[in-house]
Write a new protein. Structure first.
Length: 441
């Protein structure tokens, strides 16, 4: 196991471009008894599952989502991922030249950086798979999903015959301690015949150690030779320089966990300004607009996984649509939802929660907001009048009228007696002390 597997912490900035010296595609090299053309590339990283490796050479279209690349970007990989390398091996006529042969076997040496040039503990730590790219393969463009770059009789095999670190230590799938400069692997491929083209695939585990920082690493086809011809030992080098795939600005920093901030507010008083606690105008029903903002505080993008209110249904609102939104570092998104209150005399506090995640983990934050619905007190207006309002002389009859009006937003419960009273009072003459009142309903 890796001593430190940071599943999203490997920021291997392997910049796509030319290899050193401006070499866009390696030149052909010749071996005695036949010509070998070798082309060392990496499988397009967006075409295969980097937990298992894969890919196809096909017609060598360059691009992350195409066939192959001539360098790799570490942002596309994580410590513990597998990177797949491909080598196209094309053979001319083996029956001509200094030594005429029917079949040959070759060996290829690969020197793979196990640490960055400045000592950062990140790089290749183990070759975990070697094969000729036969059959249906990931991203295969040939018939039945085969690698269309293959053109042979189907008889070649590939074998990892040696693997060691610079010190001679044997890889065990964990980052070496003490650190090693390179991982060196030798692969043997047999049954080469005239005019065949074979695609070699090998998968390498990436790992991180304890020394953090940023630096450069390389993957290099460093040696090549013919070792067997027609079943007999044969020793002849395949000329040509090393072919290198650059890894630039590898970063072995611990991953930064996602972090978000949620702010919830409301505009209960309908002044256009949202606050943490607001009071609505008297009277129900009343509709209150809530506002929620979510900010990504992490240095990497996050995706919102859930957004919920612990009291109110947000279905159909812009807040419900938050789920699935990807926020870039520092980005804030704002949403709203409406709630209708039907009861007065209450203070309602509720919480809005958001969960977001990325490859470094998950973050949750929440915030509360309070709406105060004031109690609706009864309001009545009493009007009393007299007819006539002036008596020209002592004596006579006056009628008083009293009306009661409900000025509240809600209905009132009437007292046991009617709300309208009419009274008639006979005003006695100065010599009379009798007063007669009559109440009329």
């Amino acid at each position: 196991m890796l001593s430190r597997i940071w599943r999203a912490g490997l920021a291997v900035a392997l910049v796509y471009g030319l290899v050193p010296g401006g070499l866009a595609r390696p030149a052909q090299v010749a071996a005695d008894g036949g010509d070998y053309s070798l082309d060392f590339v990496a499988a397009a990283p967006f075409t295969y599952d980097r937990s298992v490796g894969g890919g196809a050479f096909n017609d060598r279209t360059i691009g992350k989502s195409a066939d192959v690349v001539e360098s790799l970007e570490g942002a596309d990989f994580e410590c513990g991922d597998i990177v797949t390398y491909l080598t196209e091996i094309a053979v001319d006529d083996l029956a001509v030249g200094g030594s005429a042969h029917t079949t040959e076997t070759i060996q290829l040496d690969y020197t793979l950086g196990a640490e960055a040039t400045n000592g950062t503990a990140v790089g290749h730590i183990d070759v975990v798979g070697v094969a000729v790219n036969y059959g249906s393969v990931v991203n295969g463009a040939g018939a039945g999903g085969t690698d269309s770059g293959m053109n042979d009789d189907g008889g070649s095999t590939a074998t990892l015959i040696a693997e060691r670190f610079t010190s001679g230590a044997t890889p065990d799938g964990s980052y070496p301690e003490p650190q090693e400069e390179n991982l060196i692997a030798t692969i043997e491929i047999d049954d080469f015949e005239s005019f065949e083209t074979v695609i070699l695939r090998f998968d390498v585990l990436l790992g991180c150690g304890s020394a953090t920082g940023t630096g450069n690493v390389q993957a290099k086809l460093s040696g090549k030779r013919v070792v067997e011809a027609d079943g007999e030992p044969f020793d002849d080098s395949i000329p040509g320089g090393a072919q290198t795939i650059p890894f630039q600005s590898l970063s072995n920093e611990p991953p930064v966990a996602p972090a978000i901030t949620v702010v919830k507010s409301n505009d209960a008083d309908k002044d256009g300004q949202f606050g943490d606690t607001e009071t609505a105008a008297p009277g129900v029903p009343v509709t209150v607009t809530y506002q929620v903002s979510v900010t990504n505080d992490a240095p990497d993008p996050v995706e919102i996984q859930s957004a919920t209110d612990d009291t109110h249904d947000i279905g159909g609102s812009t807040c419900a649509a938050l789920v699935g939104t990807v926020l870039d570092p520092g980005q804030t998104i704002t949403c709203t939802f409406d709630v209708t209150f039907v009861d007065d005399g209450e203070s309602v506090t509720n919480i809005f929660s958001v969960t977001a995640s990325n490859e470094n983990g998950q973050a949750t934050d929440d915030d509360a907001s309070t709406v105060i619905i004031p109690e609706l007190l009864p309001v009545i207006v009493v009007v009393k009048s007299a007819a006539p309002s002036v008596l020209p002389e002592s004596g006579g009859e006056v009628t008083y009228s009293v009306s009661v009006s409900n000025e509240s937003a809600e209905g009132l419960v009437r007292c046991p007696r009617p709300s309208r009273w009419v009274a008639r009072i006979r005003v006695p003459s100065p010599s009379s002390s009798r007063v007669r009142r009559r109440r009329r309903m």
